[in-house]
Design a protein around this ligand. Structure first.
Ligand SMILES: Nc1ncnc2c1ncn2[C@@H]1O[C@H](COP(=O)(O)OP(=O)(O)OP(=O)(O)O)[C@@H](O)[C@H]1O
Ligand SMILES: [Mg+2]
Length: 238
């Protein structure tokens, strides 16, 4: 059995007396693509912020097997810098030749090689998300955290980006945690889907990554039912 890349044990988070998370327990294994799904306000983004160490938990532990694990986050709001060229957004204007070369490679990787010298404002929504992905990959993260990265895209671009991100993560053996409201997206992209409800993980199921449309539909229907009907008590039950 592989050792987890990180483990959440009895994790809780309280904001000013209000419980945002309680008893969150799950592990993420190297190379896995995990989707966190659930209703708005359930605690998904809070889990992501705790894993990214942007905030500290008020209870429990988040244990990384290697404390030096490189983690990068990509948000829906892509946070690109409009006054820098697309290439500079990826390289952060590094003068280091190796970094500059890598930034160019990352732009190519996301299909934006021809857009190096233009600006984020000249890109379409899907292209902006690909640029944000190139920037996130620049640091060669072992763990990539994605919070609703595709929420602002139209349905067709979104579908293309789902395949694109899943393929790039597989190719680079990236461990990935994706937050999404879209249960079909979760089933389509993930090896494992974790349902978060009322501040805790209530259910998990195998995803249907690389499987046929019928299987994806069956898996997403089952997960949708859990989101709508599961009691917020049992943690991590199959
Ligand atoms: N900084 C904060 N201060 C106070 N309460 C917060 C803060 N951040 C989150 N919360 C609360 O914690 C709960 C979980 O929020 P979170 O953003 O994690 O939900 P979510 O599952 O990501 O929802 P959505 O799908 O709408 O993004 C909510 O009740 C929210 O109001
Ligand atoms: Mg959120």
């Amino acid at each position: 059995m592989l050792k987890p890349l990180l483990t959440l044990e009895q994790v809780g988070k309280i904001y000013g007396g209000k419980v945002a998370l309680h008893d969150v327990n799950f592990a993420i294994y190297p190379g896995e693509f995990i989707a966190l799904v659930g209703m708005s306000g359930g605690g998904k983004s809070t889990i992501l912020r705790l894993i990214a160490q942007l905030e500290a938990p008020t209870a429990g532990d988040i244990k990384f097997a290697d404390p030096n694990t490189t983690v990068r986050v990509m948000f829906q709001n892509d946070r690109l810098l409009p006054w820098m060229t697309n290439l500079e957004n990826v390289s952060f204007k590094s003068k280091n030749k190796t970094q500059q070369q890598r930034a160019k490679e990352m732009l190519s990787e996301v299909g934006l090689a021809d857009f190096a010298d233009s600006y984020p404002g000249q890109l379409s929504g899907g292209q902006k998300q690909r640029l944000a992905l190139a920037r996130a990959l620049m640091a060669q993260p072992q763990l990539l955290l994605l919070d609703e990265p595709l929420g602002a895209l139209d349905a067709l671009t979104r579908r293309k980006m789902q395949t694109f991100i899943a393929d790039i993560c597989a190719k680079q053996h990236l461990t990935t945690l994706l937050i999404t409201h879209d249960v079909d997206e979760a089933a389509r992209m993930a090896d494992r889907v974790i349902v978060v409800k009322d501040g805790t993980n209530v259910y998990e199921a195998d995803g249907a990554k690389n499987q046929d449309t019928a299987t994806i539909a069956t898996v997403s229907e089952r997960i949708l039912n859990v989101i709508l009907h599961a009691p917020a008590t049992a943690a991590g039950v199959h």
